[in-house]
Design a binder for this molecule. Structure first.
Ligand code: AHG
Ligand code: MN
Ligand code: MN
Length: 356
């Protein structure tokens, strides 16, 4: 066991870096770690048990829930309930946020936002899935926490992390002082520090996007894809396309190898698909802490106003220079498009260009 540092040991050794009372956040992270091991066990058994298929209920997005979505949600909520450090859970799987009203939890200082199982449609085909979590400190100091405690900007996160249930299971998290990754050693049932001080390369050669939606993409995204596909040996283009369909797995790969993940607005989903509170904000916090960049194509994800629990956002996230390039094309072509529209309007109203 020499040289092995478990997640529990690491949290205790590094809690002097935590911004607030140290024990509470440590316990919260420990509780999330425990629940993720239980979820990991069930994900691994998914092919063996009668757990595949629809649970028969719909979440607020109108998507059918897999049984493992429901199971994972219950596990995280119950771990946070018994831990006593969290007063509200905001989950993808619950239409409204969930009060943890136990004797201990009602005055608890933290709020957890969670996507209990990300990429869940991949379960049926034995492809990596994940969990995403985000931790906020409640703003109100007395009484029951309110929706305003939940709807904080991403910049207010005190910690965020993800678990990837892949060829091995990893937990990666930040408390705002860099990013560390832990791999689950199934033989001892512990997450062990395997990726200390993770950094995403400034440049990369992988782009991840659901290209099937191409016709619905904004012009700037189409131009960026063309840029990725053009031959230019000096910048290692054409780049490689990789898309798993689990945001956690796609971003984790890009974090290690360098790359960009894009889920833009589309003409059919004008606000994007992914959810700001429990998908975009935590992943943006982690990637920024690893030296990368995360925007909605124009503005920093972490500074976006949060109006509702299940709010959606476009996301461009990954290696800093790749995201910058995509953003520059977004603003260039959005401007061109709006200039075109303006010119059309001015022409129609006779302000410019006459027929003669
Ligand atoms: P979830 O399973 O939590 O609903 O999230 C699925 C998300 C995300 O993980 C992935 O990147 C994206 O949906 C894939 O969407 P498309 O199938 O539209 O590409
Ligand atoms: Mn998700
Ligand atoms: Mn999910």
């Amino acid at each position: 066991m020499q040289g092995v540092l478990t997640l529990g040991q690491f949290i205790i050794e590094n809690q002097s870096e935590f911004p607030y009372a140290k024990g509470e956040l440590s316990r919260l992270l420990r509780d999330i770690g425990i629940a993720s091991k239980i979820v990991n066990r069930e994900v691994n058994k998914a092919g063996l048990m009668d757990i595949l298929g629809e649970a028969g209920t719909m979440n607020i997005q109108g998507e059918s829930q897999k049984k493992l979505d429901v199971f994972a949600n219950e596990q995280f909520i119950s771990a946070l309930q018994s831990g006593g450090e969290c007063c509200i859970v905001a989950s993808e799987e619950n239409d409204e946020f969930v009060y943890i009203d136990g004797e201990v939890s009602k005055d608890a200082k933290y709020i957890v936002a969670i996507d209990p199982l990300d990429g869940s449609s991949n379960i049926d085909v034995n492809v990596a899935v994940g969990t995403i979590f985000s931790i906020y400190r409640r703003k109100s100091s007395t009484g029951r926490a309110t929706i305003d405690d939940v709807l904080q900007k991403g910049t207010e996160q005190v910690a965020a992390g993800y678990v990837i249930y892949g060829s091995s299971t990893m937990l990666v998290y930040t408390t705002g002082k860099g990013v560390n990754g832990f791999t689950l050693d199934p033989s001892i049932g512990e997450f062990c520090l395997s990726h200390p001080k993770m950094r995403i390369p400034k440049d990369g050669t992988i782009y991840s996007i659901n290209e099937g939606n191409y016709v619905h993409f904004p012009e700037g995204v189409k131009k960026y894809l063309k840029y990725c596909q053009v031959e230019d040996p000096t910048s290692s283009r054409p780049f490689t396309s990789r898309y798993i369909g689990s945001m956690v797995a796609d971003i984790h790969r890009n974090m290690i190898k360098g790359g960009i993940f894009i889920y833009p607005t589309t003409s059919s989903a004008p606000n994007g698909k992914l959810r700001l509170v429990y998908e975009c904000n935590p992943m943006a916090f982690i990637i920024e802490q690893a030296g990368g960049r995360a925007t909605d194509g124009f503005n920093r994800i972490l500074e976006k106003d949060v109006h509702s629990l299940h709010q959606r956002s476009a996301i461009f996230i990954g290696s800093e220079n790749m995201v910058h390039k995509a953003e520059s094309l977004m603003s260039q072509y959005t401007k061109d498009q709006s200039d075109e529209k303006l010119n059309e309007l001015l022409y129609k109203t006779g302000v410019i260009g006459g027929l003669d």
